[in-house]
Design a protein around this ligand. Sequence first.
Ligand code: PEP
Length: 254
Amino acid sequence: MARLKVIAGNWKMFKTNSEALQLANQIKMKTTDIKNTKMIICPPATALAVVNEVIKDSVVSLGAQNFYWEQEGAYTGDLSAGMIKSSGATYVIIGHSERRQYFGETDETVNKKINTALENGLNPIVCVGESLEERESNITDKIVSKQISGALKGFNAAAAAKLIIAYEPIWAIGTGKTATPEQAQEVHKMIRDLIRNLYDDDVADNIIIQYGGSVKPENADILLGQEDVDGALVGGACLKADSFSEIIHIAESL
Ligand code: PEP
């Protein structure tokens, strides 16, 4: 069945507000012809409001990269879901491997954040993926299944249907190494089957499963052409409007 392709750009800790303004403007101008591909850009939190002003009347959606699960309180330096929502974000990345690696995020905190995101009307983009060591030990399926089951614990089908899952093998993020299309398809299918087991055909057949890990214009069509690959979460290649819009146009052409 045909699912919408969803291309999201994770700007990570790049772009000051003036740089963000420029990049968002360029992306908006280069994608005015896009009709059938969902586009999301996720600038750093400091630039959310600035970027929102640029894209609010376009079909490009705004996402945040992180937030804290409490509604408000004495959590110096952190941001609530309500705050990022008030900056214009409608999506939020949860459980990116860099957050898991450097900031101690776990399946449990991912689960709490999904809950708060949904309570606040934000659409979660939930990241999962195995390390190189785990892949080489042939435990990719086990690791990814555990991450998904942990993330989804306690959620009913209506809640699960609101998620985007991003499969991002850690060894492919920012390394220039990409999973082969077969490797990506195999894990994406496994994730969809797991969702089918946990919920039903409707959720499984409609849920968007993105691939992430060194996606660039040169490999986008072969990866996005796989049956269960419904889009991409793009890091490095989303920092330039040319390469990001090229990936979007490839998705649109498939
Ligand atoms: C990411 O950070 O989600 C990512 C996939 O990065 P890159 O495209 O640079 O590998």
